[in-house]
Design a protein. Sequence first.
Lengths: 315, 246, 292
Amino acid sequence: MTPRDLLPILAFAALAALVPILVTAGTTLNFAIFTLILCLAAQGWNILGGYGGQYSFGHAAFFGTGAYAAALLQLKLGISPYGAFATGIAAAATVGFVIGFLSFRSGLRGSYFALVTLAFAEVFRVLANAVEFTGGAAGLLIPIDVRPANFQFASRASFYLVALGLVVVALVMTRALERARLGAQLVAVRENEQAARALGVDVLRVKLSAITLSAGITGAAGALYAQYFLYIDSNIAYGSWISVEALLAPIIGGAGTLFGPIVGAVLLHSLAEFTKSLVGRIPGVDLVIFGVLLILVVRFPPRDLPGLIRRRLGR
Amino acid sequence: MSFLEVDKVSKRFGGLLAVSDASFTVAEGSITGLIGPNGAGKTTLFAIVSGFEPPTSGQVRWRGQPITGRPPHVLAGAGIARTFQIVQPFAGLSVRENIAVGAFLRHRRRADALEVAEQVAARVGLSAELDKPAAALTVAGRKRVELAKALATAPQLLLLDEVLAGLNPSEVRDIVPVVRAIRDSGVTVLMIEHVMQAVMNLCEAVHVLAQGRIIASGTPAEVVAAPAVIEAYLGHGAAARLARHA
Amino acid sequence: MRAFPAEIVLEAVANGLLTGAVYGLVALGLTLVYGVLHIINFAHGALLTLAMYAAFVAWHAFGLDPYVAIVPLVPIFFALGYALQRFVIGPASRGDDSNILLVTLGLSIAIENLMLAIFRSDTLSVQVPYAMEVVEAGPMLLSLPRLIGFGVAFLVAAVLFVILALTDTGRAIRAVAKERVGAALVGIDVSHVYAVTFGIGAACLAVAACLLLPSFYVSPRVGNAFVLVAFTIVVLGGMGSVPGALLGGLFIGVVESLSGLYLGDSLGQIGIFVIFILVLLFRPTGLFGARA
């Protein structure tokens, strides 16, 4: 990876860092932080789904594990929130490895793989909801103790910068992946597994690396969510909403591209906020639009758009 | 000790016996042909030798060591590369990136892999198409990409599955010297082929597979004249009929 | 784990069988769509939710008893399913596996959240006089709605079997399922057959919804709960196998009933998911399916 590769990322980081300077309204910064958390979750999905072509419908399993691990380690074991955060990422990555090992070793791909990830996420959700240790249906509350050493900041701007920092780290990791051997092999597996095998690619190892990395990054998003909002329950942490968002953002913004998940997350969230301002707080309207958008994006893929427009105008 | 030895290999798919007790050897540094009528089991044999299918019985030996049942990526690492009869390009990628995937087997760094891809592309005549999307090439172009990908893994044994199929005579004429040059650079070639002119031209040894069995082995001239081979292609009694009319 | 007297266990098994038949009906649509179109319809649960809301509205606004509502809802949902496949899923996916996944997912998100937006997240239920009635069968008390559900589910399965085996449309469907290109070559309109199959699947859901309504609450996520069960059944019984769907349904119904008995409601669901994951990992073609 050369310095030139990092230029777009640095440009993005510089621009995005301006936001807390230009914007001081609490609600807007809140929106921005939430969007960054979703960007991070989407970046995780993008590694496995975008670059690797393995569509997971259950990334909530990793988001939730990151969230619960970070929260539980602080609450039950008194571990420092920063340590808990790091461990949360490791826990999510481990879950990713295990699910990947079970699924890929059995040769699951396509719809079967999507189904099994969905099932795993649901199992986690039901367990977290039923078990005392995770707070059951009441969820977990992280006590408010606003000190930087406690990973809680007085100003939203600080949280924003932390979230941005993590997004930038994920961008750098993705770029490094693109430029590395693993990245080329991952894309080859996506395009044609048989052909990749014939060229010496260890498909199982490549998929496992991808899912572990993917889970870790989405787990970081979950841990960050817990740390910022200070409350999680099984529907927030392991609910299908996050599986959907983590998938939708890259698909709409450009699966398998560096900035795709970020573009998608920003687009989707701005759209959601805009809809809310039009029709008020009717629950579900934003997701209806997301669903329709997903269908439209598949029907009229953005990269086909120029050709499509040309044909329509030519008539 | 033969370079590649297929020893009494059989393959059964449910009720179908695709390959039956096939045995043959490939000499190092040769271009060897594997011919036979359609459905004879040639591609199945390739799949077995390259690790994509395990044989129902029998052994495959490579430089004296058994390689039966090893997975394809391990065999590719050991030096056995194959092309596919129905070309399998990485559709979303450019020609350069396609070939680079093969090169990455031997080179960790992206810059090295891309450089090797360029060199290999030059060897098969694809230098002009390096940045085009692989899916945009003609059939002949895609066959060259298929060849280049396998070559980029720096194999010692190259299995070519009907690399000439679908090419017109002038395209065939262009590829034949490329295959010969590959052998001259030190790679042993085993090719499945239907284009007889190329087989006669290129191969030093030929094995004939019909209905899953090896029915003849020898030089191209010997094999083409063998009655069993004539009957396999033209039907029962054809050899005798031809002899009568000669 | 508590020990229960034999009659309680027997009753749980019996009720499990009864509910399982309706689960089988839900799974029937799913397996049919897979067997013919070779797609996994992620929108199946959302369509069930839609059907349950439709049946609820039929009761609430028009006073139609759920069992009576079957009559108008079956053609309506057949048409809806037909239109969805013909005009949305088919064109959008262009046969690509990943696209189909995404389009059916998009549909499921859109439909479920539309229900959420319209009806909010309150759970709704119908009040019918026979909802709590039971039938005595020896020592067991069997819920009447579930008994009716059992009967109707088998009836529908039988009707479906007859359609597939004896009618021209059924033959066309079976032909396309076996060999799509060959079917097209002999003049069968494949898109039409695909759409008809999808429509039949949706119609099965409409019946299932009406059968389930007397005993279950309606909420925007209700379809989801059933669909994972349906997926488990389909995967267990073999993708594309109609008898597999029914038998799988009965099996899963019993498993669910017994897990609920021994593990309590919240953990009971897990039994099904675990089976689902295990079957996917070790035998995704199911116990009845063809060898992969």
